[in-house]
Write a protein that binds this ligand. Sequence first.
Ligand SMILES: [Fe+2]
Ligand SMILES: [Fe+2]
Length: 317
Amino acid sequence: MSTTAYPTRPPAASSTRRPADRPIAVEEPSSGSQLLLDSAAVLSYDPATEVDWDAPLDPDHFGLNPEWSTLYGTDLWDEMTHQQRVTLTRHEVASIMSTGIWFEMILQQMVIRDQYCGNYADPDFQFALTEVADECRHSIMFARACAKMEIPAYFPRRSSIELGRGFKALASAEIAYGGILVAEEVLDVMQRDWMRGADVLPIVRTTSRIHVVEESRHMKFARQEMRERIAGAGRLRRHNSALTIAIAANVIVSNMVNESVYAAAGLDPKRAVATAKANEHHHTLMRSSCAHLMEFLDELGLLSRPAMKLYQRVSMI
Ligand SMILES: [Fe+2]
Ligand SMILES: [Fe+2]
């Protein structure tokens, strides 16, 4: 396993002068962000060397675990040939990876904007930039994986692209980090299964493993930032932030699997879209994937009634 070592910030020199009324500190505990920086220094990946990009694709391997297909568990799935299932799951994973690239580009701009002229010595600043560097490698990795599967990029709906343009330009504080956390949490649970799928393409298994490891730090950072930014916020601000994060979650989740994937697998797109929308198996998977996220939003007072309605629309609750 190859790792890329990032230099960590040397410990700050402590002052030799101490006011007499100040108790002797046992040892300053490391900040959350410093711990994340230390972890990134020990365990980060370079997908260019970690993934076997030259290995041929086994024609029998799925793009993602069949249980994660939007059609799994339906009559239509039972009617499909093995080859159609393989093709569909490869297009589904390519669509999710493409949506991942789209959101990672939004995320990078929000984080850079948030840290603009920040305190360069602060571990928060340094971890935020480490996260941007991670996301940059992730997007290239997903782009290469789609190219390897010979599947062109899938894009979100036009209206979502424009909403994303506004979100990346304007979102800040708990709204920006809330949007980031939603995207990362939803993908995390799926990828934990994909990285272990015995009949899943090795290229998907490895890219998922890299993403799961590095994103676990991003999720910790997003939760930490959300807690700090929303501390002391009044009801109105929490209400507005809850609603905006839920709208962002709707846009992200509803764009994950592009409707064109069904035609690519030789299915009747109208029937397939209707079947996927009514697929209770997939809805249950989504709900269980989001349970942890919903608990956290609730803890911060960000699970208002209007927000819950929006989460229900995309089976996140
Ligand atoms: Fe990422
Ligand atoms: Fe991330």
